[in-house]
Design a binder for this molecule. Structure first.
Ligand SMILES: [Zn+2]
Length: 254
């Protein structure tokens, strides 16, 4: 990442574009993990849509910190942003323990173990985001939700093929054809970096939202909620913490 953060000039244009795009869309389902990215996406959806529901996946994450964080974040949004709280509907958590089974299988192979930027080991199931989106599509269909929002990003994590823009477009088409219902998959963070994600949060909800994200969202791979850094809780040294810290530093230094 360049130390010279891009300007946040994209934001007003993005907001205008988003408002125009969604004149006819009133409902959304946000893939919500309790992290910085998906919390920012949730705030953005709450500022755009009349009804917003959330979906999370319990795939026996190494730490249950994420699953706890997402409930705290939802509570804090309702408490601190009552207008958004009125639009915030049901939260859905799907049990995907089966993903843990597949992961265990791949762990038996001769591969170097390393943590990747998603917070999962590199031995985890390839294409799991395709599964998440398919399940989100099924739920959106049942709940009558038109737009599926996900915080995937090519800028920071270019290595993940199931997070790329082309994959999202292909999934949008596949879900729309396969369920015979027009879905939009929206990816507000696709082309921005972590500093701009902080800026987006500030534009959406001011310092209160930035503070909420710092205090209550979780990013650290190690599930560390003991060490409080300027940018939130985390070990400070894993790749996820480093990325979050660097983004926050560039966000606050401008
Ligand atoms: Zn960490």
């Amino acid at each position: 990442m360049s130390p010279n953060a891009p300007s946040n000039a994209f934001l007003p244009a993005a907001s205008i574009e988003a408002a125009a795009e969604h004149r006819h869309h009133r409902t959304a389902l946000v893939l919500f993990s309790g992290g910085q990215d998906s919390t920012t996406c949730l705030a953005r959806a709450l500022s755009q849509f009349e009804r917003v529901e959330t979906i999370g996946f319990d795939y026996r994450q190494r730490h249950h910190v994420e699953l706890k964080s997402r409930l705290v974040v939802l509570d804090e949004i309702r408490r601190q942003f009552p207008d958004w709280g009125q639009r915030l509907g049901q939260d859905h958590v799907l049990d995907l323990a089966v993903l843990g089974d597949v992961s265990e299988t791949s762990l038996t192979r001769d591969m170097a173990f390393k943590m990747e930027s998603s917070g999962l080991p590199n031995t985890f199931v390839p294409g799991r985001n395709l599964l998440f989106l398919t399940l989100a599509g099924s739920l959106a269909y049942r709940r009558g939700l038109e737009v599926i929002v996900t915080g995937v990003c090519e800028t920071d994590f270019s290595g993940y093929p199931d997070c790329r823009d082309d994959t999202m477009k292909a999934m949008q088409l596949a879900l729309s054809l396969g369920m015979d219902r027009r879905f939009l998959i929206e990816t507000p963070l696709m082309w921005i970096d972590k500093a701009d994600t902080w800026r987006m949060a500030q534009q959406l909800g001011g310092d209160a939202l930035v503070d909420l994200i710092v205090e209550h969202t979780h990013t650290c791979y190690l599930g560390d909620r003991e060490h409080r850094q300027a940018w939130g809780y985390g070990c400070g040294t894993c790749p996820a913490c480093e990325l979050r810290a660097q983004g926050y530093e560039r966000f606050t230094s401008v």
